[in-house]
Design a binder for this molecule. Structure first.
Ligand SMILES: *[C@@H]1O[C@H](CO)[C@@H](O)[C@H](O)[C@H]1NC(C)=O
Ligand SMILES: *[C@@H]1O[C@H](CO)[C@@H](O)[C@H](O)[C@H]1NC(C)=O
Ligand SMILES: *[C@@H]1O[C@H](CO)[C@@H](O)[C@H](O)[C@H]1NC(C)=O
Ligand SMILES: *[C@@H]1O[C@H](CO)[C@@H](O)[C@H](O)[C@H]1NC(C)=O
Ligand SMILES: *[C@@H]1O[C@H](CO)[C@@H](O)[C@H](O)[C@H]1NC(C)=O
Length: 467
């Protein structure tokens, strides 16, 4: 039972580049797994989902794991899925996918990693839906569950981890496999959950794969360069000309917007479905699609390459004003549509509503307070730094609650992550793609540092402790 972990470790290093997950909130970058907003999302070369391999279950879950008032004994139905097709039976490993802020249905089709690696380890595959997402609505309907702070108050990372602990122990019992090692796996916010789960529940998870987990993107551990620094860097690295044109376009948009009928001109230029109410509408839309293009960029048809080709090129049948070029970029990403919905990233889907509570959009609000702003350092965006004061005001106005920007670092102790991992943590793999804008908040080691840690035994721990 120990060998599989070491092998898994190697396997993960050799395949992690094809394991694509990243983050996104709706307006400021989403945390999420599927790039479903942009057109033609090609599948990575991974095993297709075969629904007949999956069994769906509902677990009777406690509303509140941490208090003992009568209300906390309320229970709800939490959805999870099991694929036992390749499972070797008792004591073979369990690979557990810890859901993040989306429905289990979209995760099941997006996550190829377990299907790809499960057969080799003859593993039992478990996928768990996060409370308040998909069909896992603690107060019955989504409408009731996502209504206000009284119901949303039970949505947080600590409760989610406790849910996962309860379900994983239940699964072990149900499959009579007490000694199966469990490896927890997650991406983006789910990657943070996987790492935190291993630290908080070492008696349940033997190891964790935290993919693209920006667990250092908090007030106390702010990265030197922000999210949009990487967005800019990737676009600049693809085409310097494209970068310059985008950088200049914001002023041009403002210039046109200031003309008489300027907003109407811009609405026509960008074929917007609703008339623009300010230049902010279109600027916000454009910066979001650039961020999505970079964050979900992957082959065979790379979005960043496509958008920059469209912006750079001089097709004969097109006016080649700066904004014509920028619009051509929009078409390259979203396809030829009769009109473009500039609010497409902001529609209040159930997932968005829950995530706004838990994390952040402009006015959103409890514990996952990641101060992502348009900072000065060499970005192609107009400078708009994150403003904690207005952020907190927005949360109060929306939900009547004040976010706790320091809670995550207090509870999970991330400030001195290297020291903590050296002294206490082990068997956690942090995988990051350096072109993923959220990698700035990921846990990465420079090569030098890695060598040093290996000599001092940290990097080697994973293998040793697993054996
Ligand atoms: C899906 O799985 C079932 C049962 O394992 C199998 O019979 C069927 O051929 C599979 N379908 C595809 C398309 O692979
Ligand atoms: C939430 O809504 C319920 C019923 O509509 C109400 O009783 C409760 O006071 C509300 N809670 C908050 C914090 O607004
Ligand atoms: C402008 O405001 C109107 C009225 O509030 C709204 O219906 C419309 O969607 C807005 N336009 C955009 C592009 O957001
Ligand atoms: C886009 O669609 C319009 C009609 O909806 C069509 O006239 C035009 O040729 C299309 N452009 C491209 C590049 O396909
Ligand atoms: C941040 O927001 C607050 C409240 O909206 C405002 O008073 C303050 O000037 C802002 N700070 C900066 C640096 O923009």
């Amino acid at each position: 039972m120990s060998l599989p972990f070491a092998t898994l470790l190697l396997l993960i290093f050799s395949t992690s580049s094809s394991y694509f997950i990243s983050l996104a909130h709706s307006k400021i970058p989403r945390l999420g797994i599927s790039p479903n907003m942009l057109k033609n999302a090609p599948d990575a070369p991974t095993q297709k989902l075969n629904h007949s391999d999956l069994k769906m279950f509902y677990f009777n879950q406690n509303l509140d794991h941490f208090t003992f008032t009568p209300k906390s004994y309320m229970t709800f139905q939490q959805r999870y899925a099991i694929d036992s097709k390749h499972w070797a039976g008792a004591n073979a490993p369990i690979l557990a996918f810890l859901g993040e802020e989306s429905s289990l249905d979209s995760d099941l089709s997006a996550i190829g990693f377990l299907r790809d690696n499960g057969p080799r380890f003859k593993a039992l595959l478990v996928y768990i839906e996060h409370r308040y997402y998909g069909k896992t609505m603690p107060f019955g309907s989504a409408e009731e569950t996502l209504k206000n702070a009284s119901t949303l108050g039970y949505l947080n990372a600590a409760q989610a981890l406790a849910d996962y602990a309860a379900i994983l122990l239940h699964v072990k019992e149900k499959y009579a496999t007490k000694h199966s090692p469990i490896i927890v796996i997650g991406g983006s916010y789910g990657g943070m959950l996987a790492a935190w789960f291993r630290l908080k529940y070492p008696h349940i998870a033997l190891g964790a794969l935290a993919s693209s987990a920006p667990l250092l993107y908090f007030e106390d551990t702010l990265p030197k360069f922000g999210y949009y620094y990487i967005v800019t860097k990737v676009i600049k690295g693809t085409s310097e000309r494209c970068y310059n044109l985008i950088r200049k376009s914001w002023k041009e948009i403002d210039r046109v917007a200031a003309k008489p009928n300027g907003l109407l001109i811009l609405s026509k230029q960008f074929k917007t479905c609703a008339p623009l109410n300010g230049s902010f509408d279109i600027k916000d839309f454009l910066s979001t699609i650039y961020a999505e293009a970079v964050q979900y960029n992957r082959g065979p048809s790379y979005w960043v390459t496509n958008v920059c080709k469209a912006i750079d090129n001089n097709p004969p049948n097109r006016k080649n004003g700066l904004l014509d070029r920028i619009f051509a970029g929009v078409v390259a990403l979203l396809g030829n549509q009769s009109c473009y919905d500039t609010n497409m990233f902001a529609h209040p889907t159930n997932n968005n509503k829950a995530w706004r509570w838990q994390a952040r959009k402009f006015h959103t609000c409890s514990e996952i307070v990641m101060p992502v702003g348009y900072d000065k350092q060499d970005t192609m965006f107009p400078t708009t730094p994150f403003n904690m004061t207005s952020y907190i005001e927005g949360c109060k106005a929306n939900y009547g609650v004040t976010p706790r920007p320091h809670w995550i670092t207090t509870y999970f102790g991330i400030q001195d992550v290297k020291v903590v991992l050296r002294k206490f943590g082990s068997n956690i793999i942090f995988s990051n793609g350096l072109s993923d804008p959220y990698s700035v908040g990921g846990f990465t080691l420079s090569r030098h540092c890695h060598e040093e840690e290996r000599r001092s035994g940290v990097a080697g721990d994973a293998t040793r402790r697993g054996n």
